[in-house]
Design a protein around this ligand. Structure first.
Ligand code: OGA
Ligand code: NI
Length: 353
């Protein structure tokens, strides 16, 4: 499918009729390419990198096709997710996040997560890299590291989530190889550095239908925290992306993933690539499922700006939340914990203090 088929919908509420680009990333994901992006760059890979650069400069968002993720994996995961969220509340609460302890895994009910201080109209499952209890990071009590909580009532979920994490890690690394090329870096720049031991978070969200005319956001305006997000969404719609000209829709396109860049890529590029605010309101009249996967720097990594790009500077536009990413100098783990404890204040009290 070409970019012209992506079909932005015209909004009657001030949204604009622009379409986010659709990029065929098969030159980055195709057989044998993953390791080789680090060496000789093919003409096709260079062309993909140019499209990624344009998309990151214009929107910070793009769709990917040619990703190689099996459709059956996606549909099986979607079916298991529907089964889980349809369970009685007590069954879902068996794996409530409170049972995940410092690893911050498990289920949270509607209203359990805040964006910009307001409860979101969504329920969800939090997953991450599956680490055994004797992993040194778990032994050391590093927050957000540990074992996942899987639902007893949906036994298929465990293997599906673990397979999906593998598939998304591969795709995310391939897209990051394209991002590296787009910045004039070696294709293996991220895989050899920031994402050699990545921080991986994965969520499955269920957004109940928002009643028309209410101000309830499924997830309020925000940017993502790390390097890159790879999102699968069902056919409900409702994801919106901020552009220089206002909000546009990121409608579902079957067989694609939505990729967007996060705060660490913004910081790394000194604002040359901006992490883009987005939000969700589910007006479909039925439940909406989405599957955001986050491929982020290792917990201990600091992310100073690349010298060449820092000298170019950003476009001078203030960030949506008024924050100055350049002023933050700690590790990615520090940044992430600061963010996560704002969206889960109860867990901050229970776990981090
Ligand atoms: C997120 C997010 C969008 C969606 O999890 O950061 O923006 O469609 N999700 O669920
Ligand atoms: Ni997001």
């Amino acid at each position: 499918m070409g970019a012209s088929d992506a079909g932005g919908s015209s909004g009657g509420d001030g949204r604009h009729d622009a379409a986010l680009p659709v990029i065929d990333v098969s030159p980055l994901t195709g057989a044998g390419s993953a390791g080789e992006v680090a060496g000789q760059v093919s003409a096709d890979q260079a062309a993909v990198a140019r499209q990624i650069q344009e998309a990151c400069r214009d929107y910070g968002f793009f769709y990917v096709t040619g990703h190689g993720v099996p459709a059956a994996l996606m549909s099986d995961l979607a079916a298991a997710s529907a089964e889980f969220f349809a369970l009685p509340a007590a069954d879902k609460m068996e794996i409530a996040m409170a049972h995940g302890g410092r690893a911050w895994r498990g289920y949270f009910p509607v209203g359990g997560e805040l964006t910009s201080g307001r409860p979101d109209l969504k329920e969800g499952l939090y997953f991450g890299t599956e680490l055994p209890a004797d992993d040194p990071r778990v032994v050391a009590g590093l927050p957000l590291h540990g074992a996942n909580l899987f639902p007893r009532r949906v036994p298929a979920m465990r293997q599906l989530v673990l397979s999906y994490l593998d598939a998304m890690t591969g795709l995310g690394q391939a897209v990051l190889a394209g991002v590296a090329l787009s910045l004039g870096l070696d294709g293996g720049y991220f895989a050899a550095g920031y994402t050699a031991e990545p921080t991986i978070l994965f969520r499955i969200f269920h957004y109940p239908a928002s009643p028309p005319g209410t101000a309830d956001w499924g997830v309020g305006e925000h940017t993502d925290y790390g390097l890159i997000t790879v999102l699968a969404q069902d056919d409900s719609g409702g994801l919106q992306v901020a552009t220089a000209d206002g909000w546009i829709d990121a409608p579902p396109i079957p067989g694609t993933f939505v990729c967007n860049i996060g705060d660490m890529l913004d910081k790394l590029t000194g604002g040359w690539y901006r992490s883009t605010p987005h939000r969700v309101r589910n007006l479909s009249g039925h439940g909406r499922f989405s599957f955001p996967f986050f491929l982020d720097p290792g917990f201990a990594a600091e992310v100073p700006p690349l010298p060449d790009l820092a000298s170019v500077g950003d476009d001078g536009r203030p960030r949506w939340d008024g924050a100055d990413l350049r002023a933050f100098t700690g590790s990615y783990g520090d940044y992430l914990l600061g963010k996560v404890s704002k969206v889960f204040p109860q867990l901050r009290r229970d776990v981090l203090t």
